[in-house]
Design a protein around this ligand. Structure first.
Ligand code: ATP
Length: 217
């Protein structure tokens, strides 16, 4: 089985996350894609972070109806900072079927991967898939920050992907990019503006029903 692990604060889940995950799944030939909301994301300040139970429920609402999409409580239920290396180890230990794991992330996250706990080990235990904006015209190649990360983690180019000494790959997946972020959604709510069609309808209803993000930034 090929299993995607897509972590994030999902504060809240939006259509940019969903569309990128769908295209990652399709292009990588994944059998399952796990969305893994973090309880306490190490790289984010928590002042406008909705409680993990609300974020989990919104991810459930947004992914239901897609038979490839699964929701994991692994990080939401773990106390302390939500380190990705712990999540990867959890999936390796808990998955009975012989599986290959693909850690899914955006280009910005890959460029700052060295700041993550046990980053080198992360690249040795599973494949990485980095979704990027498709570049118009000829292939522009990785930007300098991305190139630096590729060198730091010992990846070298092999056909359409990169590979490191553990044999694990890194693939850049060009996805349709929706210029939406959870920050934008929280700001709109705080400014009493509509968020319809930026998030699935069920999530917009849930946010309204529970009065989430009203005092946000
Ligand atoms: P925030 O605005 O609160 O920082 P965010 O919208 O960037 O949040 P996260 O939950 O922090 O979302 O991100 C989870 C993952 O989703 C990250 O890998 C991030 O790169 C990716 N991601 C975020 N927004 C988009 C988008 N519009 N299209 C594709 N991927 C995205």
């Amino acid at each position: 089985m090929r299993i995607g692990l897509f972590g994030g604060s999902f504060n809240p889940l939006h259509l940019g996350h969903l569309r990128a995950a769908e295209e990652d799944r399709e292009q990588l030939g994944l059998d399952l894609m796990y969305f893994i909301p973090a309880a306490s994301p190490p790289h984010k300040s928590g002042d406008d972070l909705a409680p993990a139970d609300h974020r989990l429920e919104m991810v459930r609402l947004g992914t239901k109806g897609n038979r490839y999409f699964m929701v994991s409580e692994a990080e939401a239920r773990r106390s302390g900072p939500s380190y990705t290396i712990d999540t990867i180890r959890h999936f390796h230990a808990a998955t009975r079927v012989q599986s290959e794991f693909y850690l899914i992330m955006g280009g910005d996250q890959f460029a700052e991967l060295e700041t993550w706990k046990e980053a080198g080990e992360i690249t040795r235990l599973n494949h990485l898939a980095v979704h990027t904006r498709p570049t118009a015209g000829a292939a522009a190649g990785p930007d300098p920050r991305t190139l630096a990360a590729l060198n730091r983690f010992g990846y070298s180019l092999k056909e359409a992907y990169y590979v490191n000494s553990s044999g694990h790959t890194l693939t850049f997946v060009a996805t349709t990019f929706f210029p939406v972020s959870a920050t934008l959604i929280r700001r709109k709510i705080a400014a009493h503006q509509s968020i319809r069609y930026l998030v699935p309808g069920d999530i917009a209803d849930y946010i309204e029903r529970h009065a989430l993000y009203r005092a946000g930034r």
